[in-house]
Design a protein around this ligand. Structure first.
Ligand SMILES: [Zn+2]
Length: 315
């Protein structure tokens, strides 16, 4: 049975207050937390959380049992989600750059503080995100070197596993912060709390959402929070591609980017990825080729680009 708690209450100047809620399932044992919607314009994670809650609500009538606790913070930036805005709308702050937050701060700081407080007792946290300007192949990423978690990530059966490193050169692309400080991922890591980030999208694709939901259940099985018969698989699991480095491909010219490649495609060094054109003059300004062999993990969706913007990422 669910236990609902209020993590915090935000007053609004001319309307009723907003409450940030946490849902807890199971009793005793280790705690695993799942959070979605820190960025208000990312909806795929909200769908995954919906599926998980629906599943947990009926677990007592199923063949499955929880032997640990699952905590869900399902829509961490509710005002942002309402208007499709990445940041907290009243102060335009990226909540995912101000962790651990503080109680005496502005609304966004307080939200970060409450979220961090809720996740801090966890053995493991899972943070759901999705691309917005970029199409993303489903992937899981983590700075963790814990072998139990790395084995669990393999069990998830997602197309790509990215073992991140703090030594990676500074990257200032969407979903790959230039400064890792202030992100939930970094803050949890600094406090010794194992965590993973799950990413896909940007569309609220139900197939992708179900795949993420099932990946999440497989990880819960692996870490023995969840027990019961193995999940039925509708299709055979492909092996995940495990990578330590991701190569970004940046635009050299401003214009309209026309992708001539497909997300998830295997590319070779020199493979043609697309072209940047000038809509006003009808000229082709630049052609883009892959700098390495790999798989297209991310590919630009929002096609109007400036110089130095992310066109693709190769795993
Ligand atoms: Zn995000």
């Amino acid at each position: 049975m669910v236990r609902l708690s209020v993590l915090g209450t935000l007053s609004l100047p001319s309307a009723g207050p907003i409450q940030l809620l946490q849902r807890d399932y199971g009793q005793g044992g280790n705690l695993v937390s799942i959070i979605a919607g820190i960025h208000g314009d990312e909806y795929l994670g909200l769908y995954v959380v919906y599926r998980l809650i629906q599943w947990l609500e009926s677990i007592e009538q199923s063949a499955y049992q929880l032997t640990g606790r699952i905590r869900i913070v399902g829509c961490a930036n509710p005002l942002g989600a309402l208007i499709g805005e990445r940041f907290w709308p009243s102060d335009f702050t990226d909540i995912n750059r101000i962790f651990p937050g503080y109680q005496a701060g502005e609304a966004s700081q307080r939200l970060a503080h409450w979220i961090f407080g809720a996740l801090k007792p966890s053995l493991l946290t899972m943070d759901l995100h999705n691309g917005v300007a970029m199409n993303e192949l489903l992937h899981v990423r983590s700075y963790s070197r814990a072998s139990w978690l790395q084995r669990g990530m393999i069990k998830m059966g997602l197309p790509v596993i990215w073992y991140q490193s703090f030594q990676e050169p500074s990257t200032r692309y969407l979903e790959v912060p230039g400064t890792v400080e202030g992100t939930l991922q970094y803050c949890l890591h600094q406090h010794g709390i194992e965590n993973i980030v799950l990413c896909g999208g940007p569309d609220l694709d139900i197939k992708q959402g179900i795949r993420l939901f099932r990946a999440l259940l497989r990880l819960l099985f692996h870490i023995e929070i969840l027990h019961g018969p193995p999940l039925e698989e509708s299709e055979p699991q492909a092996e995940s591609r495990q990578v330590k480095t991701i190569t970004p491909v940046l635009s050299r010219r401003a214009g309209l980017f026309l992708a001539h490649s497909t997300l998830g495609e295997s590319v070779k060094k020199g493979s043609y990825l697309g072209e940047t054109v000038d809509v006003q003059s009808g000229q082709v300004l630049d052609q883009t080729f892959s700098p390495v062999d790999g798989v297209l993990l991310s590919l630009r969706k929002q096609p109007m680009i400036g110089e130095g913007m992310l066109l693709a990422r190769i795993a």
